[in-house]
Structure formats: C-alpha cells, structure tokens
Design a binder for this molecule. Structure first.
Ligand SMILES: NC(=O)c1ccc[n+]([C@@H]2O[C@H](COP(=O)([O-])OP(=O)(O)OC[C@H]3O[C@@H](n4cnc5c(N)ncnc54)[C@H](OP(=O)(O)O)[C@@H]3O)[C@@H](O)[C@H]2O)c1
Length: 456
C-alpha cells in the first residue's frame, strides 16, 4: 500500500457522500486500517466545521462503529472541506495550492457527481497537472448510453491511464456477493451440480419497498434496466454463471465474467412478452421531479439464456423493482427435481437485508411413513454479532481496495461496454414490440408481475 492517502470527493455534499461515503470513511478511520485525509469538495459556502456538523447525524445513523466524542473529533481532523465550482478553472488551482500547503499526496479522486461532470473535472485536473499517478473512481451509471460511455472511457484512460481508473459497482463489495464464489466453488455438493444437468432455473432478485424518494430527477432518466440490471445484476449474474477461475487473479475473474456477458443470447424480438416485463408503480408520476407522463420503468424482469455448454436452455430470471411488498436481494438456484423423489432442492444466497444461505431439501417423513417431505437449513450470517461487526459495508471495502489498487473489487470497462451493448439490443427488442408498461399497485408481490416469464 502507498503512504498516506488523500481521497478527494467531488460532490461531497451530495446524497451518496452523506449516506454512503462519509459513514464508510468513518468506519475505516475507527478501525484504524488506513492513514488518510478526505478533501470534500462542495459548492456550498461551508467551513469544515459546518460540514462535520452536517455529516454527524448521517454517520451516527449509517456507520457500523459507535460514534463517540474522541473518534468523532479525530475523524473531523482528517476532513477538509473546500468550496469549489467544478466548472471554474481557477478553483482547481486553489485546490492544488491546498494540497501543497497541507503536504497531501497519493491522490484518489472520487467523482460522486453526475456523469456529465466526469470529463469536465478530468480536463481541469489535467490542466493543473494533477492527474499524474492519481487514481480516479467513477460512479454508475457510466454514461447515458454506449456512445457516451465510450467517449468517457477514452477521456479517462487518456488522462489517468487504464490501470488508474476504477469503476464502482458497490454490489461487488457486498459480503454475500463476494461469498457466491466460495459457496459455489468450495463446496463439492454445489460445485459438481452447478450446470444445466442439475439446475432448472436461476432467479436473481433485487426487490425494494421504497420508491424513488428524493432521487426522481436521476431515476426518471435512467429507469430500472439501466439503474440496476445493466450493472449490479449483470455483475451478480456473471459471477453466478462464470466458469471456475484457472488462476485467482482479478484479470481472470473479469475475463470469466466477461465471457458470460458475451454469451448472453439476444432476446428474440418475436418472444419479447415471454422474456421481458416492465412496470411502473401506481403514483410514480406524482413523485417529486418525475415527469407527469413518464414512461420510465420502476420494475423490470428479464428472462435470459446463456449460450454455452454449461447453461444452454437454463433460464436466468433477473428482476428488480421499487414499491414492492418486500425488500430482498437474493440469488435463488432452483435445482431439477429427482423424478419420484419429492420436490426440487432450492438454494438461496441471501445478500440483503439479511445475509445468509438457505437450503431446502428432501427427507423421509419421520416415523413409520416413507413419504418424502421438505425441510431446510437456514444459516443467517448477519444474525451473528461477531460477523456483523466484522462485515465491512460495501463502500468501506471498496474504499480500502482502492488504496490497495485491488481491481477485483471493481467493475471493468469491458464488462461495462458489453452490458451497454446487450442493453441496447434489449431496448431495441422492447421498442420493436411496443411493449406496454404495466402500472402496478404499490406493495405488489413480484411473482404476480413476472408470471408471463414462467409460461412456456
Ligand atoms: N445517491 C446514491 O445512492 C447513488 C448510488 C449509486 C450511484 N450514484 C451516483 O453517484 C453520483 C452522485 O450522486 P448523488 O445522488 O450524490 O447526487 P446529488 O445528491 O445530486 O449530488 C451531486 C453533488 O455534485 C455537486 N455539484 C453539482 N454541480 C456542481 C458544481 N458545478 N460545482 C460543485 N459541485 C457540484 C453537488 O453540490 P451541491 O450540494 O452544491 O448541489 C453535490 O455535492 C451520480 O453519478 C449518481 O449516479 C448515487
């Protein structure tokens, strides 16, 4: 690891910073794992003291370490608030002067701003010679479409170099997403049956009870497909479905993930209604900053097939939505039943809000009967205090991985590009069929919405 690190958050007064980044930085500080400074950039006329006061309630609410007077004081000493207008070239020189006076080196720039600012900030940083050896972190969505993403990519690698650009997909930092590989590969009872011969279908769910809340402006331009499917859920899909790693390297991991995405079969334009369901929750158009005629989907379910020998013919059903009846992120492996021997085994990898593994299997009914009944083993990882305190929140893990230059925790341009290409094809198939957006009542059960995907 390099010496003392300086993280600079462009967009330090935004929702992401208060809810995720600052609490994650507090955790890293409290754990003592890294020596660092945080330079927070915002437009507003705050002092560092003002900023700390504002951040306090967010940290108390979201950090996993208890905030006390001592750790809060020492945390505020590593925060430096600087007021800047990101469009103003002069302000970047001010920032450089601040770095120099405070002897801040080893820079990691976190672009917690709209993607339209990625290029603007990069250009200004280049003009003050601030990109040399620096790392840069960009948030999703990476661009508004494939062409936009390509342009941004070229710009970033030109200024920072391919190896210094980190693409955040915070799902990759989630404990149980990282656990998928271990559960798959370290247990022969799963490793040996992880294929089309034994698996009937796979579900990947990211269901939410909340609506768009205050983020209507962002969400209405993006929708469920781009907000969730193209990044987080494709990442999970590719880890669930990839081939075992020949070498435990970040490059091998990305190559194997990429192979899955390139092998996704295009959705048949004649079969769109059996492959895609799009919905919008009732009342969405009345949400703050949402177009009153909006056609943006707040629910999306897609049935995908992977065109390779391991998965040929096995449906992967990916679904995500807002204002549903439950909050659940999970991967469900539905095994094929053994004819004449009870029901299918089911393996559930629970990612959030609870973390754990559930396995449903067949046993003989206890007693004189030979009837087959189902029972289950339910391991709740997050129920155990010892694991909960030791499980770094996803952003905390990623911020540390950045300091360690660990690319395995991040997405990769090849994955992003391939996802955009696939989404383009998917959206063309949707447009070609003029698919109706289904308005669903708030609190709907997702299995009622996606029924058409299960009909043959
Ligand atoms: N929020 C999330 O949960 C979340 C999740 C995943 C990804 N993301 C991504 O993270 C990024 C930030 O999202 P967000 O929700 O935090 O956005 P946000 O709440 O709108 O915050 C945007 C930030 O950019 C700053 N900003 C905008 N124009 C500026 C300018 N000219 N000069 C200086 N600062 C300027 C804002 O400053 P002011 O406070 O002064 O307006 C604010 O700090 C986006 O790319 C988003 O897609 C967010």
């Amino acid at each position: 690891m390099m010496g003392k690190v300086t993280y600079t958050i462009f967009g330090g007064t935004g929702d992401l910073s208060f809810r995720k980044l600052i609490p994650a930085f507090f955790n890293i500080h409290a754990s003592g794992e890294l020596d660092f400074n945080i330079v927070v950039i915002g437009r507003r006329d705050y002092t560092t003291n003002d900023y700390c006061q504002l951040a306090y309630e967010w940290v108390v609410k979201h950090a996993r370490y208890k905030v006390d007077e001592v750790n809060w004081q020492t945390f505020c000493q590593i925060i430096h608030y600087i007021q800047m207008d990101l469009d103003n070239a002069m302000d970047y020189q001010k920032l450089m002067d601040y770095y120099q006076v405070n002897n801040m080196n080893n820079h990691i720039y976190y672009f917690a701003v709209a993607p339209s600012y990625f290029g603007i900030i990069s250009n200004h940083l280049v003009s003050v010679n601030a990109t040399n050896q620096a790392k840069v972190v960009v948030e999703k969505p990476f661009g508004n479409d494939l062409e936009d993403a390509k342009r941004l990519y070229q710009q970033l690698i030109y200024h920072f170099g391919e190896d210094n650009v980190y693409y955040i997909d915070h799902y990759l930092g989630k404990e149980m997403v990282r656990n998928i590989m271990t559960i798959r590969f370290a247990n022969p009872m799963f490793a040996s049956v992880w294929n089309r011969e034994y698996i009937d279908y796979v579900e990947i769910n990211a269901l939410e009870t909340l609506g768009v809340e205050t983020r209507g402006n962002y969400y209405d331009h993006v929708g469920a497909l781009n907000d969730m499917v193209a990044n987080h859920l494709f990442q999970i899909l590719s880890i669930v479905a990839m081939e075992p790693l020949a070498q435990l390297t970040s490059e091998q991991l990305k190559v194997n993930q990429l192979n899955v995405l390139t092998q996704l079969k295009p959705v048949d334009t004649n079969d769109v209604n059996q492959s895609i369901v799009l919905g919008q929750y009732d009342g969405y158009r009345n949400e703050m900053h949402v177009n009153t005629n909006s056609l943006t989907e707040t629910y999306a379910a897609v049935k995908l097939y992977i065109d390779n020998p391991r998965w040929m013919g096995v449906p992967f059903i990916i679904q995500t939505g807002k204002k549903l009846d439950r909050k659940q992120m999970e991967v469900i492996i539905h095994f094929k039943p053994v004819p004449g021997y009870g029901k299918a085994n089911i393996l559930v990898i629970k990612i959030a809000p609870n973390e754990g593994v559930y396995y449903q299997f067949n046993i003989k009914q206890p007693g004189n009967s030979d009837a087959i009944i189902q029972t289950s083993m339910d391991f709740c990882q997050s129920c155990q205090d010892v694991f909960r305190i030791n499980t770094p929140a996803a952003y905390e893990r990623l911020l540390l991985a950045l300091a360690n230059s660990d690319h395995a925790m991040f997405s990769d341009w090849r994955l992003i590009e391939t996802s955009w290409i696939y989404m383009n094809q998917l959206k063309q198939a949707i447009a070609h069929n003029a698919q109706n957006l289904r308005i669903y009542p708030q609190g709907s059960n997702a299995s009622f919405l996606n029924q058409s995907l299960f009909s043959e």
